[in-house]
Design a protein around this ligand. Structure first.
Ligand SMILES: Cc1cc2nc3c(=O)[nH]c(=O)nc-3n(C[C@H](O)[C@H](O)[C@H](O)COP(=O)(O)OP(=O)(O)OC[C@H]3O[C@@H](n4cnc5c(N)ncnc54)[C@H](O)[C@@H]3O)c2cc1C
Length: 388
């Protein structure tokens, strides 16, 4: 049985679930606690894909397909509350027709509703709203969506090792044959051999690639989020205009999360939450839901998107949100290493499926994936199994 070692316990680490179902032996190492990277710190939007229909239609279709699958396999993580795209001025209104056409082309069931109905559904909405389109967005809990993948992987035999940081890749004759890790709980270093190493280190994927002297098209793109106390809306509220800063409010339990900003960074360890971004999010959020104006931030945080750089565009909003995986044997003549980059929490299952398909082709296994139909174990199962 081939042994696959996965580096990174975030969205990319969901590959452990797919591979164990296909009969691989899997070890996952994560330098911190599971989900301590970007995956534990996003808005919690279950994307319908509508945000991407015009500038990133591939990502839009991926999101909508996965949105429907996640509702079946991880229902406990999802609040099926839907979302509104709201026009506040004439410029927004000019976006309405192309937006509806884009949703139709991507197969996303978007429907214009009257402003009166929008105000009835979201009483805190700006009463000056000029149009509203309802889409199948949802709220999801970042931890409760991801942990079931790890709970199920572990129940199927995966070994998951938090606080184990990869410090080097083992090489033999140019091929990657394993990793050296430092286990931060014991302070000990050890070597773990593997038939294949998967670099799923998100914004840090470039650093892992450097250990094998290869490059990967990763672009860390941080963003700030601000939560305010109180559930100001039960539906997700988006601004009906091209993707940009401060265009979404996501209800999460008794909080409302205002998001987000985006910029390009080189170092994912040096991501701050600039005061100007916080002020901007509060200002733009108040345009959608005026109650934001009288509220102070409850919490502020930032995280880095691990974007797949497919073109030299420098606008962080226009870089695609799709994903890809690379066999470095084909790309760089380095055997034994695969890298997975990009995507969203919403597309984590699909990212795992595409990577596992590649790994099956590479290892000569003809085993179909089963993650579309496999209902995941409850998130609590991860912690229960973690207790010795
Ligand atoms: C501001 C913002 C808002 C977002 N909002 C949403 C949203 O609402 N909905 C949605 O679907 N998506 C959203 N996303 C996108 C989503 O959060 C990311 O695409 C996803 O979490 C990235 O997962 P990842 O596994 O690639 O990276 P990560 O979650 O960062 O996982 C990589 C892991 O690798 C580990 N690692 C790194 N180096 C090593 C090493 N040497 N050894 C061992 N482990 C290592 C890290 O500690 C980390 O845990 C958002 C992203 C951002 C930045």
């Amino acid at each position: 049985m081939e042994h696959v070692l996965i580096i990174g316990g975030g969205v990319g680490g969901a590959l452990a679930h797919d591979l164990t179902l296909r009969g691989f032996r899997v070890t996952l190492v994560e330098k911190g606690e599971l989900l301590s990277g970007t995956t534990g710190r996003h808005h919690g939007l279950l994307h319908s894909g509508a945000r991407y229909v015009l500038h990133d239609p591939a990502a839009a279709r991926e999101c909508w397909e996965e949105n429907q699958i996640l509702r079946r396999i991880a229902p406990q993580a999802i609040e099926p509350n839907d979302g509104l795209f709201v026009a506040l001025d004439e410029t927004d209104l000019s976006f309405r027709e192309p937006f509806l056409e884009g949703c139709a082309a991507a197969g996303i069931p978007a429907r214009e509703i009257s402003v009166d109905e929008a105000l009835a559904r979201v009483p805190g909405l700006n009463p000056e709203a000029k149009a509203a389109v309802r889409v199948p967005d949802g709220s999801m809990d970042a931890f409760r969506l991801a942990l079931p993948f790890f709970a199920t992987a572990r129940a199927n035999g995966a070994e998951i090792r938090p606080y184990c940081e990869v410090t080097a890749l083992e090489r033999r004759g140019g091929a990657v044959t394993g990793v050296q890790v430092c286990d931060h709980r014991t302070g000990r270093s050890e070597t773990i051999g593997a038939d294949l190493v998967v670099n799923a280190a998100g914004p840090w994927a470039g650093r892992i690639a450097e250990m094998a002297a290869v490059q990967v098209p990763i672009q860390p793109a941080p963003g700030v989020m601000v939560s305010v106390a109180g559930r100001l809306t039960h539906m997700v509220v988006n601004r009906l205009h091209p993707a940009g800063e401060g265009d979404i409010i996501v209800p999460q339990r008794r909080l409302s999360i205002l998001g987000t900003t985006a910029w390009l960074a080189d170092d994912p360890d040096r991501v701050t939450a600039p005061a100007a971004h916080i002020r901007r999010l509060l200002t733009l959020g108040a345009q959608l839901l005026p109650a934001v104006r009288s509220l102070q931030p409850h919490a502020v945080w930032s995280a880095s998107r691990p974007l797949l750089r497919t073109d030299p565009a420098l606008d962080p909003y226009s870089i695609s949100r799709t994903f890809d995986c690379f066999d470095h044997a084909v790309r760089d003549r380095v055997e034994g290493l695969v890298t997975l980059i990009g995507g969203k929490a919403t597309t984590m299952r699909a990212m795992a499926e595409k990577s596992a398909d590649l790994i099956c082709r590479k290892t000569g296994r003809n085993i179909a994936g089963r993650t579309r139909e496999t209902v995941l174990r409850p998130y609590r199962g991860y912690w229960r199994q973690a207790v010795p």
